[in-house]
Design a protein around this ligand. Sequence first.
Ligand code: SF4
Ligand code: SF4
Length: 103
Amino acid sequence: MDFGEFLKPPKKSTLEDKLFLVKFKVDKEPHLKIIDSNVCTTVCKEQGCLYVCPVQNYTLQDEKVNLSWEGCVECGSCRVTCKFDNIDWKYPRGGFGVLFRLG
Ligand code: SF4
Ligand code: SF4
């Protein structure tokens, strides 16, 4: 047995490694919606949703905030971050959404 190898600290997993372990059953009906996109462009200066989503579901295109829901890991960070309560946030319908494997 190679004890040197055995004694090495375990390799740290990156976010990409962890995301590789999740599966999705994508619902065609969105479970997340931006309520009023004007709020995003006129009064929300920080646009925090663009920074907190671990899977970059929020993107900025031509100064408009776009939201996709397919890769959502249901962490709730966007809802907590949006100080204008401008996200209609629900869990996906039963049987749909993210499936976490190996914890
Ligand atoms: S944080 Fe809320 S209001 Fe601001 S850009 Fe995102 S969804 Fe829009
Ligand atoms: S719940 Fe989490 S993963 Fe889903 S869109 Fe919001 S921040 Fe992204």
